[in-house]
Ligand binder design. Structure first.
Ligand code: AMP
Ligand code: GLY
Length: 416
């Protein structure tokens, strides 16, 4: 079988790595892929936003399955376009992807289907927003409606800061139009956890837990990032949450998909806040998490190709999804300056012979025959073992060895 992976990050490298272990997969293509993926497949230049080019490529190359990594092509209807051309896609339709593409749509879905979430109000103008502030206490959560690459959520402590943020988003257009509509939301306390699941729209299968570290510096300080590292299992998740998630979140979610006739075949990544064992949904993402996926894939014992085809063909109930009991850590090596601006094109050294770690490429490129940095998150060092201590030791050993100017990473992945 021939598989096409859409995307260029560590998440896509981890997906390709796992698909490459399938006996059924003979050839992996990626658009645009990265130098790590290029070692196990063929990378083809192109934009993840060019639906026409991607569909044509998949047709011309008789691709059996296209796996869509990032949210932008999903929200652009890539899965719909592939299906319309008679091709199999792993990833929800454009309509279902609106669960991530619009916070207001997503909140409305949650309320209508009794999925626990924070109280909110949708506002469509700055004046309406300022008026609505009075209905909330501080801290107040302000969310741009549209996709904003992780920059769309701001938590403010007072009226002045609320007005300033609302003006930037709604009047000045700071987020390229993503903030012309805004959701104001009650601030929730508790601890955050992500729940990733495979679904074909009828059956939903949770993956093993993973803990992401979102803030850039040790001790959860500094600005939010896409994620600086993950461990699986999530050491902070209390016992017995699986049943609570099933009853309080997954059952109403699946009932909601059915009631709204939403064709959802792919991964749903549910961001949760948990207090006193009560989960509330912060957000839906319509894709794998990055870097959650890098840890989770190393715990999957079943054939990923079979699972993805089962999602795409609505036969997920017939496949066994098996996980191992190992511990996994994934550590992000980042470029100085991330999540702000950072230099690119810096040579990466000592990346060969990384002992028993798996190194996924996240933001790398080849320049003049050399491996160089090309993103804020550069490499994801992952290790598998029998304890959290063991995998932490392994990833930090390799993190020290690999070298590029401006390299930095968090030292407390997996710790409280
Ligand atoms: P979201 O993209 O909606 O998940 O929001 C990004 C981050 O903002 C979350 O991971 C939380 O850390 C924080 N956040 C979002 N909504 C809330 C809320 N209602 N209460 C507290 N924190 C929140
Ligand atoms: N690691 C968080 C995300 O993928 O959205």
């Amino acid at each position: 079988m021939k598989v096409l992976v859409i995307g260029s990050g560590g998440r896509e490298h981890a997906i390709a790595y796992k698909l490459n272990q399938s006996e059924k997969v003979d050839k992996i293509y990626a658009i645009p892929g990265n130098p790590g993926i290029a070692k196990i497949g063929e990378c083809v230049a192109g934009s993840v936003e060019d639906n026409e080019m991607i569909v044509k490529f998949a047709k011309d190359h008789n691709i059996d399955l296209t796996v869509i990594g990032p949210e932008v092509p999903l929200c652009n209807g890539l899965a719909d376009d592939l299906e319309a051309a008679g091709l199999m896609a792993f990833g929800p339709t454009k309509y279902a992807a609106t669960l991530e593409g619009s916070k207001a749509f997503s909140k409305d879905f949650m309320i209508r289907h009794n999925i626990p979430t924070a109280r909110y109000k949708e506002v469509n103008s700055y004046d309406e927003a300022v008026e609505a502030i009075n209905d909330f206490q501080f801290p107040l959560v302000i969310k741009a409606d549209g996709l904003a690459a992780g920059k769309g959520v701001v938590i403010v402590e007072n009226v002045d800061d609320a007005k300033k943020t609302l003006k930037e988003m709604m009047v000045d257009g700071s987020l390229d139009g993503a903030g012309s509509k805004v959701v104001l939301e009650e601030f929730l306390t508790g601890f955050e956890c992500s729940l990733l699941c495979f679904t074909d729209g009828t059956t939903i299968v949770p993956m093993v837990s993973a803990k992401d570290h979102k803030q850039v510096f040790d001790g959860n300080t500094g600005p939010n990032t896409g994620g600086m590292g993950t461990v699986s299992p999530n050491p902070f998740l209390p016992e017995g949450m699986d049943e609570i998630f099933e009853k309080e979140i997954l059952e109403p979610f699946m009932a909601g998909l059915k009631a709204d006739n939403m064709d959802y075949r792919g991964v749903v990544f549910i961001g949760l806040m948990i207090e006193n064992n009560k989960p509330k949904v912060l957000e839906f993402n319509v894709r794998f998490g990055d870097p959650e996926t890098q840890s989770i894939m190393l715990r999957l014992d079943s054939d990923l190709y079979d699972i993805m085809v089962a999602c795409a063909t609505k036969t997920l109930k017939d496949v066994e999804v098996k996980w191992n009991d190992k511990h996994v850590a994934c550590l992000v090596l980042a470029s100085q300056g991330y999540p702000g601006s950072y230099p690119k094109g810096i040579e990466i050294k000592n990346i060969d012979d990384c002992d028993d770690c798996v190194v996924f490429h996240a933001g790398t490129a080849i320049k003049d025959g050399k491996l160089v940095t090309s993103g804020g998150r550069v490499l994801n060092i992952c290790a598998t073992g029998d304890s959290l201590d063991e995998v932490r030791e392994k990833v930090y050993k390799v993190a020290n060895k690999i070298d590029f100017d401006g390299k930095f990473y968090r030292n407390d992945i997996g710790l409280r």
